[in-house]
Design a protein around this ligand. Structure first.
Ligand code: NAD
Length: 348
């Protein structure tokens, strides 16, 4: 039987969840609540049941799961209320604003015996899954570095995302997705140092972009960049391994892969540059290098709800664990510390 879901916050992301839940094979939509009358009206016009208050939503005995899709600063209070009301909770990212708030919420989850998870839906992005596949296959050899970027050119949105009191800023907004992806790509690597710089090109209250370097004990580096003032976007992903490289230009494009068949070349033809020739930077030929496109992986965002339902029934481990959410928030805390000190900081 399907589990019933109610949504608190029927904005952009609340409506996204509602649309998915209506199509789901494992969950059904009981209704939504929003503090804005116009959003309530919109939900009703779409045939969705609306609750008169968050309290009435939480006291609906038929509701098994509450999805929290309000601005970031309200996640903690609403999550604790929902858990104490006996509901399992899917909370939007960033799941909390810091690790101590998350620790409090995990404590309530353990006390009530109700599950709590972060909605890390970008683990289902096909560009990320392609890079994950390449690393897991191992054909390209040991990872040297991973670069992950998202670039826009319209500045930070003018809504709550631009305001500190609501938990705005790009580290909390896109950063939390991209950092989570990196930790999924390099699950066994121990983090040593964190270095981050923030941009304030269109907003001075919160970061409207950042550049984050993660330095692992093994020497691997990961670079995460979010920009909102980039009129030319850099590739979404760039993977550098000892025997190959891969690049994904945009959200849904194939990964371009280059695999080095033979390291040694008999003869390297120098390449002409503006001010002279170079052998070091001369491109390889097809005798030593295989180039191909990786097929776009298959992905289904409904797997997130499927997993959560099975986790509630004790049949699967929840896909986004508390440890993972803690780790990502700790990296964000270290990134803020690094921005403040203008230097690399130890992770431990
Ligand atoms: P939004 O501004 O479009 O919607 C937020 C809604 O919450 C608004 O309609 C607002 O009236 C309502 N709201 C505010 N406080 C409330 C309260 N106390 N009770 C009930 N309703 C309340 O914002 P959004 O883009 O939908 O973002 C909401 C959350 O979803 C944020 O945490 C954001 O980071 C997250 N989000 C996640 C993704 C994703 O891909 N996972 C994408 C977008 C947003």
């Amino acid at each position: 039987m399907k589990k019933n879901v109610a949504i608190i916050g029927y904005g952009g992301q609340g409506a996204w969840h509602a649309n998915q839940i209506i199509k789901s094979d494992v969950v059904a939509l009981s209704g939504v609540y929003d503090i804005k009358p116009e959003r309530i009206e919109l939900a009703r016009s779409r045939g969705i049941f609306t609750y008169p208050s968050a309290e009435e939503l939480l006291s609906d005995k038929n509701v098994d799961i509450v999805v929290i899709t309000t601005p970031n600063d309200s996640h903690k209070e609403l999550s604790i209320k929902a858990l104490n009301a006996g509901k399992n909770v899917i909370c939007e990212k960033p799941v909390m604003l810091n690790t101590s708030d998350l620790a409090e919420v995990i404590k309530v989850s353990n006390q009530t015996g109700k599950l709590f998870t972060a909605h890390q839906n970008r683990r289902y992005d096909v560009d990320f899954l392609a890079i994950k596949q390449l690393i897991q296959e191992g054909k390209l050899g040991d990872v040297v570095s991973v670069e992950s970027r998202v670039h826009g050119s319209r500045g930070i949105p003018s809504d709550w995302r631009g305001k500190k009191e609501y938990g705005g800023g790009m580290l909390y907004d896109w950063g939390v997705h991209l950092i989570d992806q990196i930790t999924q790509l390099l699950p066994n690597e121990e983090l040593k140092k964190v270095f981050c710089t923030a941009q304030h090109t269109t907003n001075f209250e919160v970061d409207d972009g950042f550049k984050l370097t993660l330095i692992y004990k093994s020497g691997i580096t990961a670079f995460v960049e979010v920009g909102t003032l980039n009129y030319i976007a850099m590739p979404r992903f760039y993977l550098q391994c000892k025997r190959g490289s891969a690049k994904i230009n945009d959200w849904k494009q194939n990964a371009e892969v280059a695999y080095c068949k033979y390291w040694n070349e008999k003869e390297v033809l120098p390449v002409q540059t503006a001010a002279g020739i170079t052998k070091t930077m001369a491109p390889r030929d097809e005798i030593t290098l295989d180039t191909y496109n990786l097929d776009i992986p298959v992905s289904d965002v409904h797997d997130f709800y499927r997993n959560f339902v099975l986790a509630i029934d004790g049949k699967e481990k929840q896909y986004v664990t508390h440890e993972q959410s803690m780790f990502v928030l700790k990296i964000i805390e270290k990134a803020f510390e690094s921005i403040e000190k203008c230097q690399a900081v130890d992770f431990d």
